[in-house]
Design a protein around this ligand. Structure first.
Ligand code: BTX
Length: 322
C-alpha cells in the first residue's frame, strides 16, 4: 500500500499509453518487486490493468466505488480546493460539509458513494444510489457581496452542463434555475446554501447530484418518468473519475468567473443552453403560479415570463413543470 498512490498517479497520467514495470521502478526509485506487488494490490482493489509483454501496464478500468487514493490525486491537481473528504456513506454531503466548515477555513470537497438522506431544495428527497452517480458538495470560501450571490447558480449550471456535454456528448440543457436536463428528463440537480453575516457572504456550500451510470429501470416511482442518467441517455458508461476531474476544473473556473465577471458576460451562452424558451410552462414561486412563456433573462439572473394576457412576471427562483 506504501507505493499505491505514487504508482496510481503515474499510471493515471499516462493512461493513454503503456508504462513498463522497469520505468515505474526507476521513476520512483523502488524495486521491480515493489512495483509488481502494488500492481497486484491495485487489481485486488478493483482497478483493471492491461499488461502487454515488453510494453508494460495500462490502467483500463477503475473500481466501482470511489477509491480514496484516486480521489486524492484528482483533487491534488486542483488549484482551488485544498482538502477532500470521501465517504462510503453519509446522510448528506451538505450536512457533512457544514460540520467540516467548522474545522477548516480552506475550500474543500465532500463526496460520498451513498447518501441515506440526500436532499434537494425545500427538503425534498434526492435519490442517491451507490456507484451510479456523483454526489458531492463543494465549499467555496470567499467574501462575496450579497447582491452578487443570485448569479452563482447561473455560472455553476453552465459549468455543469458543459462538463456533461463534453464528457458524454449528451445534449445537456439548463433548466433555470437549478437543474440540468437531457431529453426533458432531469439528470442533475444542485443547490446552493450560504453562510456569512449581514454585510457579506463568507461561504458558499454548493451540493451537486449528477446521475451518471443509472439504467432507466433504476429510477422508481415519480422518477421513472422524470429522471435520466448520462449513460441512459447516451448508451455509454461514464468513467466517474474522469467526469469528476473535468467537473472540478469547470466549477473552479466558473467560480473565478462568478467573482470577476457579471452574469451579462455569459448571459447569451447561458440562454443558448437553456431549455425553457418558446414553451408554455407553469412557473411556481411560493404562492405565485403563472402559466406562460419565458421571454428574457435580466442581467441579475431573474427570469421574465409572459402570461396569456401579455402581463410580464419576474421570478427569482421558480419551480417549472416541463
Ligand atoms: P430539487 O428540489 O430541485 O429537486 C428534487 C426533486 O428532484 C425531487 O423532489 C424529485 O422529484 C427529483 N429527484 C430526486 N432525486 C433525483 C435524481 N437522482 N435524479 C433526478 N431527479 C431526482 C435539486 O433539488 C438539488 C439536488 C441536490 C442534490 C445534491 S447531492 C449532493 C448534495 N447532498 C445533498 O443532500 N444534496 C446535494
Amino acid at each position: 500500500a506504501k507505493y499505491k498512490s505514487d504508482i496510481l498517479e503515474l499510471l493515471y497520467h499516462n493512461r493513454s499509453t503503456y508504462l513498463s514495470g522497469q520505468m515505474i521502478a526507476e521513476q520512483l526509485s523502488i524495486s521491480r518487486t515493489a512495483v509488481w506487488k502494488t500492481i497486484e494490490l491495485l487489481k485486488q482493489q478493483g482497478f483493471s490493468l492491461s499488461s502487454v509483454q515488453n510494453k508494460g501496464y495500462q490502467l483500463t478500468r477503475f473500481p466501482e466505488e470511489w477509491d480514496q487514493d484516486m480521489m486524492a490525486l484528482i483533487i491534488k491537481q486542483s488549484s482551488y480546493f485544498k482538502k477532500r473528504f470521501v465517504y462510503k456513506e453519509v446522510t448528506s454531503t451538505q450536512l457533512v460539509a457544514k460540520e467540516k466548515m467548522l474545522e477548516t477555513d480552506e475550500p474543500f470537497i465532500v463526496v460520498s458513494e451513498v447518501q441515506t438522506a440526500g436532499r434537494g431544495r425545500f427538503n425534498r428527497n434526492w435519490d442517491s444510489q451507490g456507484s451510479k452517480g456523483l454526489w458531492m458538495t463543494a465549499v467555496f470560501r470567499k467574501e462575496v457581496p450579497l447582491h452578487k450571490i443570485m448569479t452563482f447558480n447561473l455560472f455553476m449550471s453552465l459549468a455543469i452542463a458543459k462538463t456533461i456535454r463534453r464528457v458524454s456528448g449528451a445534449e445537456a440543457k439548463i433548466k433555470w434555475p437549478n437543474d440540468i436536463y437531457i431529453d426533458d428528463r432531469k439528470c442533475c440537480g444542485f443547490l446552493t446554501e450560504i453562510s456569512g453575516d449581514a454585510s457579506a457572504i463568507q461561504n458558499i456550500i454548493c451540493g451537486i447530484g449528477i446521475n451518471l451510470n443509472h439504467e432507466l429501470s433504476d429510477f422508481q416511482d415519480e422518477l421513472a418518468v422524470k429522471a435520466t442518467s448520462l449513460m441512459a441517455a447516451t448508451g455509454q458508461k461514464i468513467n466517474r473519475y474522469q467526469f469528476f476531474e473535468e467537473l472540478l476544473t469547470e466549477i473552479e473556473e466558473a467560480f473565478q468567473q462568478f467573482i470577476t465577471l457579471e452574469f451579462s458576460d455569459i448571459k447569451e451562452e447561458y440562454m443558448q443552453y437553456s431549455n425553457i424558451w418558446q414553451r408554455k410552462l407553469r412557473y411556481t414561486e411560493g404562492k405565485k403560479v403563472v402559466e406562460g412563456t419565458a421571454v428574457e433573462m435580466m442581467d441579475d439572473g431573474r427570469l421574465i415570463v409572459q402570461d396569456d394576457e401579455g402581463t410580464l412576471h419576474h421570478f427569482i427562483s421558480a419551480d417549472i413543470e416541463l
